[in-house]
Design a protein around this ligand. Structure first.
Ligand code: FAD
Length: 445
């Protein structure tokens, strides 16, 4: 049976490894963290449909309730906006429980796991990825699945001419700090428990504060790597404006990098496939990538199982790329187009969006409730044009919404020109157009 290496214990790689080991493939996974140490100590929202899609059973203990989100603009004059209660689909999970569960399933399925072994780079034989080098040795395989996350050393060390890797640019990722602080029970308590603050210009970032039973979850996100002093200043600001937040760090206090850009144009090469954050598979506006990774892991496993000759060349893995873009990628790209507005906006512009009802509760609910089909459909451009009419007296917003209509029109053409059948030259040409499009709409500082 074919030998498959999974580089990194990302969620998509774990799902693919479970499926493939169950089908009898010889799967070895390399995870840099020691056994029991992978995952983030935090609670995150995940679309539970992804588990059904991947045919992964969901244990009951995953379900930690759900959040009711409130958007808080720069000042109180404009009022905040609380989304109606979400349906049962998007639920909170403990990230360590989730990853431990997936590692457990992988072990039960027969995946060989090398914990505490760091992947350094891919091994190439000509144009083909033939294995990996780790800090402990060299391993060859018929296929390498890259699930090492956003800064994957496998993807980053692929030769440029393969068209897979793309350098990370400003606004492609956000740098996050997340800490859980003590909750001061005697202090005045907030009316809403999950607040996302848009108090800074769009090219800076945002924060959230989630008040839980006995702790307060604070997240600070920036489009640049912030100095520690800036994080401390922002945490102090959150503490001053939200008296229930204490300043004793209970746990967490970790820095992270979250892709908020369009997915890779080319996910596959001879002997190589990327899944999850290593292929920038997140919802650009929220940086949520769990559901996409889990679903993509299943799509990848299906394409690998369908490759009867076990060649795992780009042509055969193309089925994964095609199904990914159809199921996830184009919708993820639409979020990236929409997110592209943010860096152009000031905090005052964000207030105006709320004040003028340019962004409706329904739209935000669709966004946060993973109902992208309600936002991105044949009527998208028409509804943006309607917004252009509403902001005719606000020149900056008018120009921005007019640009958004143009971006979505061009993006629709890009989607339509995605190669219907595998042709290397056509794929490389399409990838160039796709990347150029996203470069062209980016704010230039
Ligand atoms: C603060 C924060 C909040 C978030 N909130 C949400 C949310 O609410 N909902 C949501 O869906 N997503 C959220 N995300 C995003 C989410 O974490 C990722 O999109 C998701 O984990 C998918 O990424 P992945 O599984 O592909 O990679 P990762 O989660 O990055 O996993 C990569 C794995 O590979 C291992 N690894 C890395 N490099 C190497 C190496 N060289 N050798 C061996 N192993 C290696 C790592 O240890 C890790 O186990 C959040 C992220 C952050 C940082």
């Amino acid at each position: 049976m074919s030998k498959i290496i999974v580089a990194g214990g990302g969620h998509g790689g774990l799902v693919a490894s479970i499926k493939l080991a169950q089908k009898g493939f010889d799967v070895t996974l390399f995870e840099s963290k020691e056994k029991g140490k992978a995952g983030l100590r935090q609670t995150d929202a995940v679309d539970m449909n992804a588990f059904d899609f991947a045919e992964i059973p969901v244990p009951d203990y995953f379900r930690r309730g759900k959040n009711e989100i409130t958007f808080v603009p720069k000042d109180t004059v404009h009022g905040s906006l609380t989304l109606p209660e979400q349906n049962d689909v998007s639920l909170l999970v403990d990230r360590i429980e989730l990853i431990e569960y997936l590692f457990g399933l992988a072990e039960e399925s027969g995946v060989k796991i090398h914990y505490g072994e760091t992947v350094v780079k891919p091994i190439l034989l000509g144009d083909r990825v033939a294995g990996i080098e780790t800090d402990k040795g060299i391993y060859y395989a018929d296929l390498v699945i890259d699930a090492c996350g956003v800064n994957s050393p496998v993807r980053c060390n692929l030769p440029d001419y393969l068209g897979v890797n793309r350098p990370i640019d400003k606004y492609d990722v956000i740098y996050s700090y997340r800490g859980y602080f003590n909750r001061i029970i005697e202090a005045p308590q907030p009316d809403t428990l999950y607040n996302i603050f848009f108090k800074e210009d769009g090219n800076v970032g945002f924060c959230w504060l989630i008040t839980e039973f006995d702790r307060v979850d604070a997240l600070v996100c920036r489009f640049y790597k912030p100095e520690e002093s800036e994080i401390l200043e922002t945490l102090n600001m959150l503490h001053q404006e939200n008296e229930q937040m204490g300043l004793d760090l209970v746990y967490g206090g970790n820095y992270g990098v979250i892709p908020v850009c369009h997915p890779l144009a080319i996910l596959v090469s001879d002997g190589y496939a990327a899944v999850g954050d290593s292929a920038f598979m997140t919802i650009a506006l929220k940086g949520s990538g769990l559901a996409y990774s889990i679903k993509a892991g299943k799509l990848l496993a299906d394409a690998i199982c369908a490759d009867e000759n076990g060649c795992f060349n780009q042509e055969n893995l193309w089925e994964y790329e095609k199904s990914f873009f159809k199921e996830i990628g184009f919708s993820a790209g639409s979020f990236a187009v929409l997110k592209n507005m943010l860096p152009f906006m000031t905090a005052d512009d964000v207030c105006k969006l709320f004040e003028m009802k340019l962004v409706t509760t329904e739209e935000l609910s669709a966004l946060w409730g993973n109902k992208s089909e309600l936002l991105f459909n044949a009527k998208t451009v028409a509804s943006i044009k309607e917004k252009v009419r509403l902001v005719r007296d606000e020149p900056m917003l008018k120009e921005l919404f007019a640009s958004l209509a143009v971006w979505f029109t061009k993006y629709a053409v890009l989607q339509a020109s995605f190669p219907g059948r595998y042709d290397k030259k056509e794929l490389l040409e399409w990838a160039e157009k796709y990347n150029k499009f996203f470069d062209s709409i980016k704010k230039k500082d």
